[in-house]
Write a protein that binds this ligand. Structure first.
Ligand code: 8YV
Length: 332
């Protein structure tokens, strides 16, 4: 019997490609080109499955042009690049990579928050420019992290992992806002307290954004929200561009409405708004929160496990480990 055909839309670890080749006829992308929508649609012709990343948009147009497609497996926990209802309506299994990146992403979020609070990048650039000639009492004074109030918007797995680091490692008081409150047994070990969004903005010394992106969270942090924050506060966005209004944030940082920010994601990434690039009180990183070797390998392997199982192969045949649409039409 012919092996099913799959597209691996971006370059991934060769050993993961080898695993996929045991089950599938694989079209890979060794040059790691980013396909535009038309090319993605064309390359999916005749493919039963796809391993995608955040750069591939899987929408109704892609699905309707490829009715043979049965599974789309994202190498990311976020899946705002998928039109999930459109997948479900067409019986296409959709999967993501939760859990394997939680701790790595939380480490990075903490690092970004600390870099912003303690002005690590700004002071390093100053030193490299040869401007460090003497000590002074107020040189690069920033905000303490230990003992401060950590505010978390979006208390999912990654939010909770950041809260644990703050509470248990740095003696921080943790407040959070989320659609649903955590059960008491999850709140109490870290002393986390649910507050409404206004209180979160008002009380946080360091606000970290870890909520999913969608129509409801678009510009969840804009000029009005930034105006409610402490002038000494920092803002860290690990989640998705578009949750923060980048122009409003650049204005708030320029006017010292808030003290500093750490951003791993941007509204039009990989393009970064020039107003942000021009500021020294913002730490900018290129969407690398999950980028440890071990975690990226685990993400690629989980995406492969999902694809293998979704197309009826391997030990989990028919039961992909992280299925997003448990009951797609016609999938049983
Ligand atoms: C990915 C991410 O690296 O998992 C996510 O949602 O944002 C990152 O870990 C990126 O989306 C590439 O797919």
């Amino acid at each position: 019997m012919d092996k099913p055909r799959v597209l691996v839309a971006r370059a991934i670890f060769p050993q993961v490609l080898d695993r996929l080749r045991e089950h599938f006829e694989v079209e890979a992308n060794p040059d790691d080109r980013i396909y535009d929508h038309a090319e993605l649609i064309r390359r999916l012709q005749g493919k039963q499955g796809a391993l995608t990343t955040g750069s591939e948009r899987i929408d109704a147009e892609v699905l309707d042009a490829n009715p043979q497609l049965r599974a789309v497996c994202n190498m990311a926990v976020g899946y705002n690049n998928f039109d999930l209802p459109a997948c479900t309506a067409r019986g296409v299994l959709a999967t993501n990579t939760p859990d394997v990146l939680t701790e790595t992403t939380a480490d990075f979020g903490f690092a970004l928050m600390m870099a912003a609070a303690r002005r690590i990048c700004e002071s390093e650039h100053f030193l490299r420019r040869g401007e460090w000639t003497r000590w002074s009492y107020d040189m690069f004074v920033g905000a303490d992290v230990h003992g401060a109030t950590l505010g978390i918007l979006g208390m999912g797995r990654i939010g909770q992992a950041i809260a644990r680091r703050g509470a248990l490692g740095f003696g921080m008081r943790v407040i959070y806002h989320n659609r649903s409150r955590l059960p008491a047994e999850q709140e109490s070990p870290i002393g986390a307290r649910w507050v409404d969004k206004a209180a979160l903005l008002r009380e946080a010394d360091h606000l970290v954004l870890v909520l999913p992106y969608g129509a409801q969270s678009h510009h969840a942090i804009g000029a009005a929200e930034l105006a409610q924050m402490k002038r000494s506060a920092t803002l860290t966005n690990l989640a998705r561009g578009g949750i923060v209004d980048d122009v409003a944030l650049a204005t708030a940082l320029r006017d010292r409405r808030i003290a500093a920010a750490g951003l791993d994601v941007f509204e039009n990434e990989p393009r970064v708004h020039p107003d942000l690039l021009a500021l020294s009180n913002v730490v900018l990183t290129p969407h690398i929160a999950s980028a440890s070797v071990a975690t990226r390998l685990a993400m690629a392997n989980l995406a492969a496990d999902n694809l293998i199982a979704a197309l009826g192969c391997g030990p989990d045949a028919g039961r992909p480990p992280s299925l997003l649409n448990p009951q797609p039409r016609g999938a049983d």
